[in-house]
Design a protein around this ligand. Structure first.
Ligand code: ATP
Ligand code: MG
Length: 395
């Protein structure tokens, strides 16, 4: 057993001593078998939440209505979820009813893909009811049971399929892929936030192309905000072959670029996808800067105004899209800009009033901007005496 599982063993053993079953399940089992780092260890049990709370002293009701209790042990915490089945799904997203059950197999049956439906017991034995091991070996994403039904139950699973495909560099099995293609319109029923979460996990994966390709080819993109009827443009993104996106903001900017969006259109897209304000702002500035570079408009002041923090992100994008310029020289110039924003100036608006012997007013703001620009462009150095002198001779 890997270290993460070993640490959690006392939890499993305690549940078993109380007469119940407990297993490691889900993503951690999959990642362990693939030899990948494990994020969080999920535990599934035949004990009901109430029973778990009787076994452990320190617990938190994380999602008690779905059967999840968090157990605190030393400095660690573990999510323990009661075996359950789900039924209903009238709205193609959430089950109407969750039922706690005592059978592991029933719990594994409700899971999305065979590679996510594996369990490991406290002796390290793998429980594999749906040939998940074989699919891991063959690098295949296959729905548990009938794919059509599974996507009708929860349409988000179609996005999860391409997300795992991107993260693991797997292929989607033929019938599962066909069912995605047939049911892609169901994605309209899913909250955009949930789609975005899977979409971004896909885009920032090491082999995002593997998932993005099927995201387009199986028709999922047609039912995502502002992507419909833009398959051709989006396919262009696959031309930037072996490059990966370092963060969400970079991925959004690249999408805005291939879609050839102006500031307003890109802003709309980001709002429609409900990205955070911070990401929206960074992505907008990054795309603006990328357009400057594309037009060879390498003005230091413009770059500074769009945020020096976005510079590296843009350089990476320029390399992806083969936009060429003397980047070593520009990088040196940008790195030499002595201030991040006007708060870093060695002189304040109040100083300007005193030096020029004027009352506060619009003229101060103008002087400050002029000073800021001169500092950025390297025409004056950022210390009080030099700035004072500069101000007096440039009134
Ligand atoms: P990650 O590495 O991103 O955490 P994961 O496989 O652990 O991947 P989670 O979203 O954390 O994914 O879900 C944990 C497990 O719960 C999955 O492995 C799967 O067995 C099950 N699961 C999660 N979401 C669904 C879903 N929409 N439908 C069916 N089963 C699901
Ligand atoms: Mg997980």
């Amino acid at each position: 057993l890997p270290a993460d599982f070993k640490e959690a063993l006392p939890v499993l053993e305690k549940i078993e001593q109380a007469g119940f079953e407990a297993y490691f399940v889900g993503g951690s089992v999959r990642d362990h078998i693939l030899g990948l780092p494990i994020h969080d260890v999920d535990i599934a049990t035949s004990a009901y939440p109430k029973e778990i709370k009787e076994i452990f002293k320190r617990t938190v009701d994380t999602g008690i209505q779905h059967g999840t209790v968090t157990v605190l042990m030393g400095d660690d915490s573990y999510e323990i979820t009661t075996f359950r089945t789900e039924s209903g799904y009238q709205d193609f997203r959430r089950p109407d009813k969750v039922t706690f059950v005592r059978s592991l197999e029933d719990d594994l049956k409700r899971r999305d893909f065979t590679i996510n439906a594996l369990a490991v017991d406290c002796n390290g034995n793998v429980i594999d009811k749906f040939d998940g091991l074989q699919d891991l070996d063959k690098k295949i994403i296959r729905a548990v049971g009938k794919p059509e039904e599974r996507f009708h139950e929860d349409a988000l699973r179609m996005m999860r399929a391409v997300r795992f495909q991107a993260q693991l560099n797997f292929k989607v099995e033929v019938k599962t892929a066909q069912a995605i293609s047939d049911n892609a319109p169901l994605l309209k029923k899913i909250a955009v936030e949930r789609i975005r979460e899977e979409f971004i996990k896909m885009m920032i994966s090491q082999t995002w192309q593997a998932g993005f390709d099927d995201f387009l080819k199986l028709g999922l993109s047609q039912f995502c905000p502002d992507f419909s009827n833009h398959k051709t443009e989006l396919l262009d993104l696959l031309k930037i072959n072996d490059q990966i996106f370092e963060d969400e903001d970079q991925a959004w900017s690249a999408l805005g670029f291939v879609l050839n969006l102006n500031h307003q259109e890109f802003n709309k897209l980001l709002r429609d996808w409900k990205v955070s304000n911070k990401t929206r702002e960074t992505s907008l500035n990054t795309l603006n800067m990328l357009h400057l570079f594309e037009n060879q408009d390498l003005d230091l002041w413009n770059i500074y105004k769009l945020g020096v923090g976005n510079f590296e992100r843009v350089i990476k994008l320029c390399q992806m899209f083969e936009i060429e310029f003397d980047y070593t020289k520009l990088k040196e110039q940008v790195n030499n800009i002595p201030i991040k924003n006007n708060h870093d100036l060695a002189l304040t608006g109040k100083d300007v009033c005193e030096i020029l012997d004027v009352k506060p007013g619009p003229i101060i703001g103008k002087s400050m901007s002029r000073i800021e620009r001169s500092v950025v462009e390297g025409n004056v150095s950022n210390n009080f005496d030099d700035l004072r002198h500069y101000l007096l001779i440039n009134q």
